[in-house]
Ligand binder design. Structure first.
Ligand code: KG4
Ligand code: ZN
Length: 371
């Protein structure tokens, strides 16, 4: 079953074709992120305008692997090769969401294909179910395992699983009893981890480059054999028994530490980046493993933009090996952690419910607990 998926909730415009919920046949992403640089944050009107100019070229590009020849019209490609159309309906920016939704509705109408509305946050975790057939080979010895150059190995997810979704706007924990059966069990009571990365990145002078810039600067500090500065920040709710996260106090603590220094030399900036990353990743790892142990799961899954963080992945692997835990750890390749339409297509396959295109609309504040 082939699903054509569209994602346009924020500043990325993405389209993907997914076979049987797991196989990526195409995955195209365009972004307007650089256009927001000068404003210190995403400008919703600019993002929506860019969605409009990107959406058709992105769809055409994503359909190319299915096209018989260059002249074949996208309507005919969809009619012949696609079984359903999936689209993000929320949460997100209303102007951006509407571009994807109205395009999906038009495509569904003209091709008479079912349309499946998708919750973007829940869909993130399905990045863990995706494989790119172009980068896989069968392991000849075991015959069962498949080697993936990006994630090293691919092993099936064992249920129940604990799933951490950690993105720009969300830090949520879900218990997955199967591909279909998900319960929300905890999350942030204020800011998301990604928001803490993004706001810190702005304070440190990295503009809109967010967590990735923090990761790079932190690596420079880690490589420094005799660091001049050592910064110490709190680990919010680390020893709290609930499955709540909180990152807004951390932001204030960072600002307070930052204000203690009159000059912000390069090595001081790297020392801040290092400690910010340590603080956020310590909390994410500890709480997720705590939740996993509480529920006796067999796998841990991470997803969302922050899950591409290298230190976070290292810490999960280290913590699980220290505990000699047999839980499997899954993380998507970085390109599938940040926003794309491949995970939208995967979610639609496993959990999607076709809807009437007449009533389909954007829900900017769609909640994760509305499952
Ligand atoms: O999932 P995503 O692309 O968009 C949302 O749905 O929010 O996540 C974006 C978030 C941003 O906060 C960005 O700073 C963060 O992911 N991010 C990272 C890294 N790459 C992206 N955070 C930490 N380390 C990274 N390497
Ligand atoms: Zn996202």
């Amino acid at each position: 079953m082939n699903i054509l998926a569209l994602e346009s909730s924020c500043d990325e415009t993405a389209c993907s074709v997914i076979a049987n919920g797991t196989e990526i046949r195409s995955n195209v992403v365009a972004t307007s992120s650089s256009m927001h640089e000068q404003w210190g944050g995403i400008v919703p009107e600019v993002a929506a305008r860019q969605q409009l100019s990107f959406i058709l070229p992105v769809i055409k590009e994503a359909l190319k692997p299915l096209q018989k020849n260059e002249k074949e019209h996208i309507r005919s490609v969809i009619e012949k090769n696609v079984d359903a159309i999936a689209v993000t309906v929320g949460p997100g920016l209303i102007g951006s969401l509407l571009i994807g939704i109205e395009t999906a509705k038009a495509l569904a109408f003209i091709t008479k294909k079912p349309i499946i509305p998708v919750n973007h946050v829940l869909a993130h975790m399905y990045a863990n179910f995706l494989h790119d057939p172009s980068c896989m080979v069968k392991n000849k010895k075991t015959k069962t395992k498949i080697q993936d150059p990006q994630t090293k190995t691919y092993e099936p997810i064992l249920f129940p699983a604990m799933s951490l979704v950690v993105s720009g706007g969300h830090t949520e924990l879900f218990l997955m009893r199967s591909e279909k059966d998900i319960s929300w069990i905890g999350g942030t009571i204020d800011d998301a981890a990604g928001e803490a990365f993004d706001k810190s990145a702005r304070l440190l002078g990295f503009g809109n480059k967010g967590g990735f810039a923090i990761q790079e600067a932190a690596a420079r500090r880690a490589a420094d054999v005799s660091p001049v500065f050592t910064i110490r920040l709190p680990r919010p709710l680390l020893h709290d028994e609930t499955l709540n996260f909180s990152f807004s106090g951390l932001k204030t603590a960072i600002q307070r530490e930052w204000n203690k220094h009159n000059e912000h030399a390069n090595n001081l900036v790297c020392a801040f980046a290092y400690e910010i990353q340590e603080s956020i990743t310590d909390v994410l790892v500890k709480k997720t493993i705590q939740a996993a142990e509480m529920h006796g799961v067999r796998s841990i899954l991470i997803s969302g933009g922050v899950s591409s963080n290298i230190r976070l992945r290292q810490k999960f692997l280290h913590a699980l090996s220290e505990k000699q835990n047999t839980m499997r750890f899954h993380c998507p390749p970085p390109s599938l952690c940040t926003d794309n339409a491949a995970f939208i297509g995967s979610y639609a396959y496993f959990r999607g419910i076709p809807s009437d295109w007449h009533t389909l609309t954007a829900i900017p504040d769609l909640r994760v607990s509305d499952i």
